[in-house]
Write a protein that binds this ligand. Sequence first.
Ligand code: SAM
Ligand code: SF4
Length: 436
Amino acid sequence: MKKFYIETFGCQMNAHDSEKVVGTLASRGYEQVESVEAADLVLYNTCSIRDKAEQKVFHRLQEFKKLAKHKTFAVIGCVAQQEGDKIFERAPHVSLVAGSASYTKLPELLVQLENGGKRVTGLSLDTTDTFETPYTRRDNPHRAYITIIEGCDKSCAYCVVPFTRGPERSRTSESVIAEGRQLADAGYSEIQLLGQNVNSYRDPSTVQWDFAMLLRKMGEIPGMRRIRFTTSHPRDFVKPIIDTIAENPVLCNHVHLPVQSGSSSVLSAMQRQYTRDEYMRRIEWMKNSGRDIAITTDIIVGFPGETEADFEQTLQLLDEVEYDSIFSFKYSRRPNTPALSLEDQISEEEKSRRLAIVQERQRSIQIRRNAEYVGRVEEVMVEGFNKATGQWIGRTSQHKTLNFTDSRENLTGQYLHARVLRAGPNSLAGESVTIQ
Ligand code: SAM
Ligand code: SF4
């Protein structure tokens, strides 16, 4: 039996792609191992969203170069798609380079490798396929990902994704719902629907469901306790999505709505297709929905041309929305993207300064927001036990971590209630309570 090792970089889409790649390999008789040394085939599922992420794979390839004689190395995912054949020049010990749009061809590519192929590639982006495999090796027995849409048809000026993941392709609602039912029957109680822009989901079959309809139907699957989704794009985030969430508690109290900047002129330069006011209208929908929806976002600082006044507007937006948490990044120049040629690039020092200010401002917002939870009782899904603190790790519907004490054993995967006794910027702490 051939042994393989896989390391995954980047987002949840990549994490789930790897689960499907692992399933595909296992169905062909490969066995997964936990170290490069123990493997015959070493796969790196890569991310190229920022330069730092991209460099990681080349460091890894360098690190294990001396083992190359006895092993086959494969680079898959976004760096593979972006760099293509150039990877063979930079790392001649690599035998397979394949982007995510070619994963449906993985079995054929593996046959070529097994037959001694040295420069095997899967790099076409000209596809209408989605990666559906009957074999998915899921890492978590309670919470599962389901990809509903692949690729991206937007052209945000900073973003490499349309070049690495290809055009938008939605799965049929029939196959998404069937996967949801199968998972519920197998004991999964939480599903996260995945896509670069889930809001632009369009069922390719005759029923033509949009995202709100798919969400509604997923929420009706018997046995399903929590449905989440990521990522939303403000332009396609329409009111019926919020109305659907408001109607069904299975749809979680959490929306990740990346804003990127609080300045309409930067948003326009980023080609985001919405203004600050349009974004704020969506925030109002959520705040007026009757549900206690936690809102999170992504921020980029130092996009070319971002002035001090633009930056100040981003800080004001943080105060206005009061996000539950944010991911914040320094703008990173990416190959092929429209922003590459923009003038007025911001220095690294200035980007670092702005990032630190954003993070500090958000930290104080989170301290304030989380303090409001003290005294409240929240339902948590138990994710595990932290031996060091003696606390169970719970996750609320709002996607907040709530660590709590409970003397019982084997609680992982269960839904319990916990009273919040303390709050920090990044988590809550408390004790379990029994609800009659
Ligand atoms: N499709 C999602 C969206 O539209 O928000 C996610 C794209 S990406 C995987 C996640 C985040 O990375 C983006 O929301 C953006 O904040 C950040 N990002 C993307 N390209 C970037 C770049 N060139 N430099 C810095 N951050 C970037
Ligand atoms: Fe990138 Fe924009 Fe597509 Fe998101 S919507 S993946 S940021 S191009």
